[in-house]
Design a protein around this ligand. Structure first.
Ligand code: 4NP
Length: 157
């Protein structure tokens, strides 16, 4: 059975599609991508159908990640389909808890920064939308750290 992971941010055009792309790339490198079902979504649906933000695509491409996800909003069925739902910040985390249809469903929700081993002071992945280039680089640093840590927990399964 595949392990199904959903990454969630606000707009699903910056942080969570980058997390999805990085996580898939790292899973491929480790040879375990076929054991995983990976997707991303946003708590806000205003960008549904859009490719990731061009600034995020450019910054990710510099590190070798090609982001092709089309944005979509989180839906209640996601709590059935996915085993882990990974929130980028507190607002997403709380919104996901309000959407969760049951206590079992709510137990699937976690925070990206729980898996970051090299940024122990960080409790959330900051929204880069109104930031400059440095904001996108910080997001990618945190996501590379967190995706590696999350993959380590799955390799142990
Ligand atoms: P994301 O970034 O949640 O990382 O995709 C944002 C994208 C769009 C908006 C805010 C944050 N927005 O306000 O439209």
């Amino acid at each position: 059975m595949k392990t199904r992971i959903l990454f969630v941010c606000l707009g699903n055009i910056c942080r969570s599609p980058a997390a999805e792309g990085i996580f898939r790339s790292m899973a491929e490198t480790r040879g375990i991508a076929d054991r995983l079902d990976i997707d991303s979504a946003g708590t806000y649906g205003g960008h549904a159908g859009d490719l990731p933000d061009p600034r995020m695509r450019a910054a990710a491409a510099q590190r070798g990640y090609r982001l092709t996800h089309r944005a979509r909003q989180v839906r209640e069925e996601d709590f059935e389909r996915f085993d882990r739902i990974v929130a980028m910040d507190d607002a997403n985390y709380e919104r996901l808890h309000r959407l969760a249809p049951s206590r079992d469903a709510a137990r699937k929700i976690c925070r990206m920064t729980e898996f970051c081993h090299h940024h122990p002071d960080r409790t959330y992945v900051p929204d880069p939308y109104y930031e400059g280039r440095e904001g996108f680089e910080t997001v990618l640093d945190l996501l590379e750290d967190g995706c590696a840590g999350l993959l380590d927990t799955l390799s142990d399964d």
